[in-house]
Structure formats: C-alpha cells, structure tokens
Ligand binder design. Sequence first.
Ligand SMILES: NC(=O)c1ccc[n+]([C@@H]2O[C@H](COP(=O)([O-])OP(=O)(O)OC[C@H]3O[C@@H](n4cnc5c(N)ncnc54)[C@H](OP(=O)(O)O)[C@@H]3O)[C@@H](O)[C@H]2O)c1
Length: 357
Amino acid sequence: MFIVRLSATVRRTNSGPNSLRTSCGPPQYIRPVLGFQYKATIARSTRLYSSSPSTASTMTTITLNTGAKMPAVGFGLWKVTKSSCADTVYNALKAGYRLLDGAGDYGNEKEAVVTSKLWNTFHAHDHAKALVKKQLADWGIDYFDLYLIHFPVSLQYVDPAERYPPEWWGEDKKTVTLASVPYQETWRALEEIHDEGLAKNIGVSNLQGSILLDVLRYARIAPAVLQVELHPYLTQEGLVALAKVHNIAITAYSSFGPQSYVELGIDKSAPSLLQHDIVSSIASKSNKTPAQVLLRWAIQQGLAVIPKSNNHDRLLSNLDVVAWSLSDADMKAISALNINLRLNNPAEIDPRMGIFA
Ligand SMILES: NC(=O)c1ccc[n+]([C@@H]2O[C@H](COP(=O)([O-])OP(=O)(O)OC[C@H]3O[C@@H](n4cnc5c(N)ncnc54)[C@H](OP(=O)(O)O)[C@@H]3O)[C@@H](O)[C@H]2O)c1
C-alpha cells in the first residue's frame, strides 16, 4: 500500500490572511483537531474510517513501477483556504482520502501531506538534498512516499531562511531569474534522496514527451509518477500513451479544467467544464454530478486524480468515482472536448519559461 505516514497529529492553523498561492497557512498547524490523532499508517487505520461511504475509493490503487500502490483518488491542497485548512484536511482523511498532494510552493509544508515537490529554486544538487530535509523536518516525518520535481524550470536559488516559499519571482514580485541547472543534475539528486530513504518513490511533474524520454536515457531510477495538467480540454493522449509504455503512472491535476483558475483570473474565459452540456447530460443520465463524471473520465483511463475542494460535501462527492463506470461512448464524447487548452503554463509568467512550447 502507498503509505501515508502521519506520525504527527493533524494540525490546526490560525494563520493570517488567505493567499491564492500559499493556501493553507504555514506554522501553528500542530495541535490535534477535535482531539483526533492520526497515528502510524493511514493504510492500517482504515478502521477509523470504516463508516465512510467512500472506503471503496481508498482501495482502488495504481501500481507504480516500484511496486508501491498509489490511491487512484487523492486530495489536492493547492488553494485550500487557510482558515479552514486543518478541518479540510481532517475531513478529507476522515472521508477516506489516503493520498494528499502538496508542494513546497503551496506554503503548507508543515501539514499532513504525503506527496511533496521540489520547487524550481532548489534544482542544484546540494540545494535539492538540503531542501528535502527541510521539508521533511517541517512535516516532522522521516520520508516522503512520493517526491516530485515540480517544474522543469530552474530558478535562482533563494535561501529558505530569507524567503520561503520563494515562488516564481524575486523580492519585487515581478522579476523571474533563471538558473542554469540541467534537469539531469536535479534528477540525480532525487535518486540520491531515494537511495537515502528520504523518498520511497520519486517522480516528475509538468514534463512533455521529449524531456521525459531524456530523463529515461540517464535515469538510474526511472520516474514512478508523472503529474500533469489533464482534463477534457487538455487530454494529452500522446503523453499518456508514452507514460504507459514506459510504466510511469500519471496523476492528472486540475481535473475540472478552468474551474481552479477562475479565482486566479487566469481561466482564459474558457467555458466551464462543470457546466458543459455534454458533461452535464452524461452526469444527469448517470445520476452523478458533472465533477464526478470528470474525475471518473480520468480514473477510467488508468490515471490518478487529486481534486481539491474547500467544501465538505464536494470533498466527499469527489471520492465517489470508483464503483461505477462510463460507457465507451460517453468516454469518447468527453475526450472529444479536447481543445489543447493549457491553463497552468509558466510561459505566461515569463516567455523564457516556455516548457510547453
Ligand atoms: N504539479 C503541479 O504543477 C500542479 C499544478 C496545479 C495543481 N496541482 C495539484 O492538483 C490539485 C488539484 O488541482 P487544482 O487545485 O488546480 O484544481 P481542481 O481540483 O481541478 O479544481 C478545484 C476547483 O474546483 C472546485 N470544485 C472542487 N470540487 C468540486 C465539485 N465537486 N463541484 C464543483 N466544483 C468543485 C473547487 O472549489 P471549492 O474548493 O470551493 O470546492 C476549486 O475551485 C491541486 O490542489 C494540487 O495539489 C499540481
């Protein structure tokens, strides 16, 4: 089983104003929530949640090339509201989520998250090795179950003692400063992190085929997971096929397409997938919500999903995507919505970061 080790108690935050980029607030997230303590492995603690209607979801897993099993449905933490973050994480775990997807960049490294990511400013070998230890220390755990390189973009190092998370820009919040660290150096660092037992599985994110193939040429340890933006407006069939051939599991992020980007003002005015006629009609005839249809469409392709919700009911319903299926015709109709619409593209911050060009 893909293990979520929450050796520490689930933590409460009272931290300050919300930020779109740093969602759940840092520090102060260390007290038990509602007196409930998560211990040892979540995998062994299913009995704690045995009344959950979603237990079946937690049993559906994707086997990684390391033999580890990763839940097909996880919970994404980007933009989870600071003020309710502890309760949201608690509720997600209680509801049956067994995979939590965080990152240094989300500013929530002191929270209960199983997957983490190396941010762009730490790509140099020594910086990567030091940063993973900081992230582990922030969480109070000994190893990550999955550790990913967040983007194939290397930025100027920022000392965490000065600014953390450093995000994309310098202090002026405008200037992006690139660094010349080859991706190979960063992957070597991740392999060492794996060798040292600090990450049980290592992987990549936001890669296209050509760089993925290059990683496979020099990798001593092949990436176990590729996490990418993937939804019916950006179906990425070629990338999915390539990853499959090389036995690399894909985690799809932003499953609801533009929805996540509306609050950031970068949804490109794309029509909502959640209100799309085709998705809605499939949902109503299946007696499901459009969100469930979108998640099921991904799961049914063998992908993992990590939907995020600040809303308890939506958080629960997003888990109910396993014990039913879509017809082939419905799968095809949803896939046909593809317009290659990419919403998370660093080139829009600075054209020198055209990783998807
Ligand atoms: N590797 C990367 O570079 C990368 C990039 C982006 C995201 N990610 C990961 O992927 C996770 C998920 O992606 P995401 O956060 O971009 O977007 P997402 O999960 O596709 O969408 C989240 C949005 O959908 C709404 N929503 C959630 N469930 C819903 C439902 N059942 N019905 C209607 N609306 C619903 C949420 O609002 P409410 O909260 O109000 O429900 C929120 O506005 C992130 O949290 C993060 O962990 C990784």
